[in-house]
Design a protein around this ligand. Structure first.
Ligand code: NDP
Ligand code: BG6
Length: 526
């Protein structure tokens, strides 16, 4: 294993001390996982190259992998250990922050075996490698990461069992999204997994839950006395959750054409973030209790029905346009997309949580590809003052206060409020109190995949989706998907929007007819 690295690069390139050597950060030091190994299926793929291997390398650099840790990559493609290492090296170099010495050491723990998922005898290469490498290194513990297209999840889960890959210790299965494509298929996959695994062994990943600032929603709400008394229908007018991407469908059209934005972003990321913003405080910050509270929000979601769907949902698909001055083509002209594709790349949705705290408070959710700016944020928009003292001196009412929890691209918390403007006797202005999330923090930060891989090795399921949560979010969304995909006269229309905009005009109308506006990325914020 490498020595702990003591320096991290700050965004401006300056060296900074990591949390491991900074006593002030010691309460936040990460726990080292027990001895284990990882078998990654789909190891020749994009996710492994772009996210998982860089995440493991970062954990290695931070001395957060167990001492004898090793990875066996597996996929159908024939590759040797050396070619797998060479591919990994290329992707780590491309990601930047590459250290020759550390790589030389890390690469020794990478192996590759090819496999045909339906043929159980073909797992013998993986089994042989495990038998050879595991003694003295993994204590029989293994994380199996399913990073393949979902069609083969069930097959692989069986292959692991029938070819005897499970060791003498614990076995955990990380399942990538999408977990099913509707309620029925998700429940079928769940039952299939339950024939060989119990819920404790299944880690359904939603990488948004691993993002620092998504986790921070709970810290901000429940570690401070000042927000929670206001966090309810008496003081909050509405909540907005926006996840705007500038990227298009990239090379994932095969998957995306079937999924669309509702399956891709809403069933998982958007609803999970909403759960954190809306949930009740658990009595203790403990995995099952936090997951219980997230699930209760999903259970309280008011279902849509055919009659009101158009008041609650707008879907769109990007047309050609420009982002940051560069031309981008129409979704239907992307490689692998049908010329008459009806797949939505944008959705705006108005939701209600039918419980005591949130009765009557709308949650507006919006996500789309090829939008003007990349940003993800939760906005808590408070109600206005009950009585304006300043009405005679002002042209209009002062706007409402807002708390903005920005997750991307810059992680920050902002509070918008009014102060007296210096000068004129009665003159108000809107100001922003701004807290950049990593201000004064020089320690290590883990990105979503780093956090989640570490948590799985530690057996901490708080940031993973439990089966009841998965089923409830599919149950809510399947009704919506059916209403769209049945294509009846009541089905929501698919509106075209210009790439580089914030979605179709109808999405503005959805919120404006309630007398409200979307809060976009503040152009002068960052
Ligand atoms: P890829 O399409 O790159 O597929 C991964 C690997 O799976 C391929 O290298 C291929 O390897 C194998 N594969 C492809 N088709 C099949 C098939 N029909 N049967 C068996 N194996 C197949 O996927 P990604 O890496 O992009 O994604 C993997 C999983 O992670 C997916 O479920 C995806 O939805 C999810 N995900 C991906 C994200 C990303 O950014 N890429 C983000 C979030 C989730 P080989 O041919 O060598 O077997
Ligand atoms: C993935 C979706 O889960 O999340 C992608 O499949 C999307 O389509 C991505 O681009 C967004 O993640 P992030 O972390 O870049 O906001």
């Amino acid at each position: 294993m490498a020595d702990p690295i003591n320096t991290e690069k700050t965004p401006d390139g300056a060296a900074a001390t990591t949390g491991f050597t900074t006593p002030a950060c010691s309460p936040c030091d990460e726990t080292q996982p027990p001895d284990c190994c990882m078998v990654i299926f789909g190891a020749s793929g994009d996710l492994v190259r772009r996210k998982l291997m860089p995440a493991l390398y970062k954990l290695f650099r931070c001395n957060l992998l167990p001492k004898g840790f090793f990875v066996i990559g597996a996929a159908r493609t024939a590759m040797t250990d050396d070619s797998f290492r060479a591919e990994t090296e290329a992707s780590l170099r491309a990601a930047g922050d590459f250290d020759e010495g550390l790589w030389a050491e890390f690469s020794k723990s990478l192996f590759y075996r090819s496999v045909t998922y339906a043929d159980h005898s073909s797992y013998s290469g993986i089994k042989g490698a495990l038998d050879e490498l595991a003694p003295g290194r993994s204590n029989g513990n293994c994380v199996f990461y399913l990073a393949t297209p979902p069609a083969v999840y069930a097959e692989i889960s069986r292959g692991i069992i029938y070819s005897g890959l499970r060791g003498s210790g614990w076995s955990r299965l990380i399942i990538e999204k999408p977990f099913g494509s509707d309620l029925k298929s998700a429940l079928a996959l769940n039952s299939e997994l339950y024939t060989n695994y119990n819920e404790d062994q299944i880690y359904r990943i939603d990488h948004y839950l691993g993002k620092e600032t998504v986790q921070n929603i709970l810290m901000l709400r429940f570690a401070n006395a000042i927000f929670e008394p206001l966090w309810n229908r008496r003081y909050i007018d509405h909540v907005q959750i926006s996840a705007a991407e500038t990227l298009g469908v990239e090379k994932r059209s095969g998957y995306y054409e079937q999924a669309g934005v509702l399956r891709d972003m809403f069933q998982n990321h958007m609803l999970q973030v909403m759960c954190l913003a809306a949930m009740e405080p658990p009595s203790v910050y403990e995995s099952e209790l936090v997951r219980d509270e997230r699930v209760k929000v999903l259970r309280a979601l008011r279902p849509f029905n055919g009659d009101d769907i158009n008041d609650h949902l707008v879907i769109g698909q990007y047309g050609e346009g420009a982002i940051d001055g560069s031309y981008v083509r129409d979704y239907r002209r992307e490689e692998g997309v049908a010329q008459k594709s009806q797949t939505p790349t944008f959705a705006a949705m108005k939701l209600y949580v039918d419980n005591w705290r949130w009765q009557g408070v709308p949650f507006y959710l919006r996500s789309g590809k090829r939008m003007k700016k990349r940003f993800t944020q939760v906005t808590i928009q408070f109600k206005g003052v009950p009585h304006s003292l300043f009405r005679r001196a002002l042209p209009g009412e002062p706007g409402p206060n807002a708390l903005i929890l920005r997750m991307q691209p810059d992680e920050r918390v902002q509070l918008k409020f009014h102060t007296k403007s210096p000068g004129g006797r009665v003159c108000l202005r809107d100001v922003v109190m701004d807290f950049p999330y990593t201000l004064d923090y020089m320690g290590v930060t883990l990105d979503a995949y780093e956090r989640l891989l570490l948590d799985c090795m530690l057996g901490d399921k708080m940031l993973f989706v439990r089966s009841d949560g998965m089923a409830l979010s599919w149950s809510f969304l399947t009704t919506v998907l059916n209403l769209i995909e049945e294509r009846t006269e009541h089905s929501p229309k698919l509106y075209k929007y210009t790439a580089g905009s914030y979605g179709p005009a109808e999405a503005e109308t959805l919120i404006q007819k309630d007398g409200r506006d979307w809060v976009d990325y503040g152009e002068d914020d960052a």
